[in-house]
Design a protein around this ligand. Structure first.
Ligand code: GAR
Length: 217
């Protein structure tokens, strides 16, 4: 098995990046994390990656006059590291259509909602305001439109009375750390195949899994 070379893009804490790095340590994991790149030089996740001995780069978006110039610099770093697949993990910069086209089908992202519900920011507060009973997270291919694109994997958790946006964020984040490594493995191994704008899963799946909320027994 040839491991696919993955570059992880972050902007901050990097807990999803850490989950990917930890998962990729397994000998049979179909991808290796070859570098971590942040648009914010002070990102906590970048320091952690450096401590782990990973190639960790800052490409500060503020140092570039245009979005395109920033993306050219980012692209150059990724090419120099031999990156084949990009995993965005809390990378809070919108990509231009040109950058997305360069990496079409080879760039994935995680978002803290059950897309296509709640793209954008403040997902948890908006879900609470709507009174939904189930929330979650989504791993998807990146397309030019923000927080859209063919869905690879989703995870869900119940909303509990008294939940705050912070409590929901914590509960969802722990599921993000499970589904992101699984989704990256599916993509890297070719078991999640992009066909006509949808993802086909070429793997055995648990067909009886379900989540009921409120689950009152
Ligand atoms: C995660 O919850 C991720 O889903 C979200 O930012 C957080 C980053 O946390 N991403 C988005 O909102 C993208 N639209 P992390 O830095 O600890 O992984």
């Amino acid at each position: 098995m040839r491991k696919r070379r993955v570059g992880v893009l972050i902007s901050g804490r990097g807990s999803n990046m850490m989950a990917l790095v930890e998962a990729a340590r397994a000998p049979d994991y179909p991808a290796e994390i070859v570098c971590v790149v942040s648009n914010r030089p002070g990102a906590a996740g970048l320091a952690w990656a450096r401590e782990q001995g990973l190639a960790a780069h800052a490409v500060d978006h503020k140092a570039y006059a245009t979005r395109e110039a920033f993306e050219d610099a980012l692209h150059a770093v990724l090419m120099a590291e031999g990156v084949e697949l990009i995993a965005c993990a809390g990378f809070m910069r919108l990509m231009t259509a040109g950058f997305v086209a360069r990496w079409a089908g080879r760039m994935i992202n995680i978002h803290p909602s059950l897309l296509p519900l709640y793209p954008g920011l403040n997902t948890h507060a908006r879900a609470l305001a709507d009174g939904v009973r189930i929330v979650g997270c989504t791993v998807h291919h990146v397309v030019a439109e923000m927080d859209a694109g063919p869905i690879i994997a989703q995870g869900a958790v119940p909303v509990i009375d008294g939940d705050t946006p912070a409590a929901l964020a914590d509960r969802i984040l722990s599921v993000e750390h499970v589904i992101y490594p699984q989704a990256l493995a599916l993509v890297a191994s070719g078991k999640a195949r992009l066909e006509d704008g949808h993802v086909r899963i070429l793997s055995t799946v648990n067909q009886t899994a379900r989540l009921i909320s409120p689950d009152v027994g």
